[in-house]
Design a protein around this ligand. Sequence first.
Ligand SMILES: [Zn+2]
Length: 176
Amino acid sequence: MVTKKEKEYITKTISMLLRPEAAQVVALMLNKSEVGEEWLAKQSNLKVTVVRKILYDLFNLGLVDFKKERDEKSGWYIYNATFKVDQFDKVVIDKLKVILNKFKMRLKYEEENTFYYCPEHQRTMTETEALNNNYVCDVEGCGKVLIVKDKAHRIEKLKKKIDEIEKLIEMAESKP
Ligand SMILES: [Zn+2]
């Protein structure tokens, strides 16, 4: 049985590794075995094609097993999926560490650099690019003086994300 806390950790991790819709599908698969894509689609309000794609993404991560079954009526094969919860920590730990590393590098880059933008255009430049353009926008006919981008909000968001991932890794590593 997967506890409520465990479920939260699993869905958060899946959302981080894939996307929120995948977490929705996984939540439906926990504590169940051999569920069909039609059932999952119905329960999640997602299209069958979307569910199928998610199941294959999970399969590629090594988190889903498929069992083929022949439908008596139509003669078609039906694939039932089971979420491999016992494999979860082992599978996700390295992937979470890769993501964590990327976010840390991104944070370092943001903290160490100054960015500029044109108030008119959505154009952002690095210090070097801005310097090369004499701190004016390079969009033709613009020439507006570039403004230093306030990165505090973005840095705060990155730190929050890093904290979140570190907590998930801690959770994955804390289990036997
Ligand atoms: Zn401009």
